[in-house]
Design a protein around this ligand. Sequence first.
Ligand SMILES: Nc1ncnc2c1ncn2[C@@H]1O[C@H](COP(=O)(O)OP(=O)(O)OP(=O)(O)O)[C@@H](O)[C@H]1O
Ligand SMILES: [Mg+2]
Length: 260
Amino acid sequence: MTQKIVALQATKRYPSKAGMVTALEGFDLTVAEGEFVCLVGPSGCGKSTFLRILAGLEDLTVGEARIVPGDDPRRPLNNVVFQEYAVFPWKTVLDNVAFGLQMRGVGKAERYAVAERWLTKVGLKRFADYYPSQISGGMKQRVSIARALANDPEVLLMDEPLGALDAQTRAVLQEELLRIWEETHKTVLYVTHSIEEAVLLGDRVVLMTAHPGTKKSEFVVDLPRPRDLATTSTPEFAALTGAIWEDLRDEVRRAMEAQA
Ligand SMILES: Nc1ncnc2c1ncn2[C@@H]1O[C@H](COP(=O)(O)OP(=O)(O)OP(=O)(O)O)[C@@H](O)[C@H]1O
Ligand SMILES: [Mg+2]
């Protein structure tokens, strides 16, 4: 199986007034092509740091963390979907989705055709000419997801992409992500605070420890696909989320005490 993400003993330290802060320590992770892996861990355990390192936005202090490129050198290595709606307010919905393609020099007709296709998939075709200020938070998050997918990266990095949304919108977008993943089988690394979301979406859930962030344990999600929200009411789903929560609870307590 082709590995798309490889991290070996990844360690990141930040300078601070009180000395060096270790955000990530000796973190190992491999993600295979087409795999959907969810990262779950207490606040401050280094999840965003790890994604930023993979995205090339920050350097590692020690170790290795990289995305393995495929055969097509024009394909971008990654695209990040952040928790805050990272859309350009001065661009229309269509131009936002076409942005990555524009940056790569794809001609107007082609990039609009690709962008429109993705807007249709996320249910926003009708809003192509709107500006971000004219659409809701959930719709903006759909725009950033469509933009990332339109760019066809080797790996999709998602940092709590649904974290800012209300429960109903979140549930609708979870189903959309499942449907899109069934179509694309993209390699995805997905950060979430929700164990339920991780189990619903992922092939594997990696739990991290607090301070310094490192791998605590790993759970294979063997629930059958295709999945939808009905999956969350099965006994298998309840058993797995329960087992993961058992494992995470002490870690969250420890993290809260350390911050108190
Ligand atoms: N630029 C920075 N400079 C100094 N310290 C940083 C910086 N970025 C992150 N940190 C520290 O590194 C640790 C990990 O932060 P990170 O944002 O990766 O955590 P996280 O797991 O994404 O948390 P959350 O779940 O709250 O988003 C924290 O202790 C944080 O304070
Ligand atoms: Mg974070």
